[in-house]
Design a protein around this ligand. Sequence first.
Ligand code: SAM
Length: 448
Amino acid sequence: MSRLLGEEEYTAFQQALAGRPHVGLRVNTLKIAPDALAERVPFVMEPVPWCPAGFRVVDGSRPGKHPYHAAGLYYLQEPSAMAPAEILAPQPGERVLDLAAAPGGKTTHLAALMQGEGLLIANDVQPKRVHEMTNNLDRWGATHLAVLAEQPRRLADRLGAFFDRVLVDAPCSGEGMFRKDAAARRTWTPNHVARCARIQEGILRHAARLVRPGGYLLYSTCTFAPEEDEGTIGRFLARHPDFAVEPIPPQYGFASAEPAWANAPEEVRGAVRLWPHRLPGEGHFVALLRRAEDAEVPSSPPRLRPRPPRGELLAHYKAFVEATLHEEPAPRDRLAVFGNRLYALPEGLPDLKGLKVERFGWWLGTFKTNRFEPSHALALALTQDDFLETVDFAADDEATLAYLRRQPIAHPGPDGWVVVTVDGFPLGWARRVQGVLKSRAPRWLSRI
Ligand code: SAM
């Protein structure tokens, strides 16, 4: 870096790396407006210039511990990581794929920008990380989202050029996270950089096949290594003449990419580097590519056909809805049963036969013997007004913490399902039995 940046800039870079990492949060605009959230929380925050829903937390508070985090009102994310989804700019109603999505930071951002409309597929190859991601996404409360755990090659073979926008937030050597993440420092070697560059090339090759003609592919890393940034994009362009770089304006302190650092073509200058010494965030690289309108592509896969619940299952579901909600949460013709789970399918979901699917859409609940049990995802995607009864606690009420810790809370009323809310925002289900609320907060929630 000293050679590439020159002595003066390298000193500033080094000083930035010796400083503290930024703490950031991005507001869930599916649930609350950024200003409204900022007024309610007890932390001091500064806006992130490139992300209207993003804030830096500047007073040392720990927003991850606040119950609003458990209610999905925001996602913890450092400011630079808020740039890729803003730059990809997905529109409501589009088909969008987040190909290396776990633990779901950028997926939550894409979901909010799409205002819950269209189809968003989040995918990752590591099962444990996919699991963590589904927890994060359940909390976020997006209803137009499916989750897969597939190899990019198999996705491209099955779905073809199906998506308007594809985001590849690639596995990388993580140099941009050095001041935030000690593991990134420990695992770094020159070989690791070379290995990451090879993996990125493979992922991008299949990602490209998933983009419709005229659609967009966004590539991002959190590393400074030119081999993985300008180098990976340069090699990609050489093999994919149907893609071109869409220049990203170098505003907000974003710096133009440096093609000469990796023997890449001049057009790669249209990508941007986010440097920790030039803006309030960690290190990132972002390139936006567009596929030619006249690219030849295979035909799209058929739609997945809904499999609505029938007979006894439908009766259990209807009984649950009548006892807890003002109306059915999703149109009947979107309902689908897979195994013992009930989902509401997102608009235009393709047939996913043969692929590893974690969520076919909005998970509404599970059929157990003789009853329907609601999911956490159902409560977190609805609002207080959707439920017949909610039990509301203030954020600083001890009962809120007791609920999240799955402790019983005395509360008179008839037996049955109720939703616990914090300042009016759903936190999760409880079962009231003989005047005691038994918390059904997921176990992972008490750990966040
Ligand atoms: N986008 C995520 C977010 O904002 O929370 C972070 C993604 S992380 C930088 C890179 C991800 O790539 C990891 O979760 C890793 O499991 C995944 N990954 C690694 N190899 C992959 C591959 N061949 N295909 C798809 N994902 C892969």
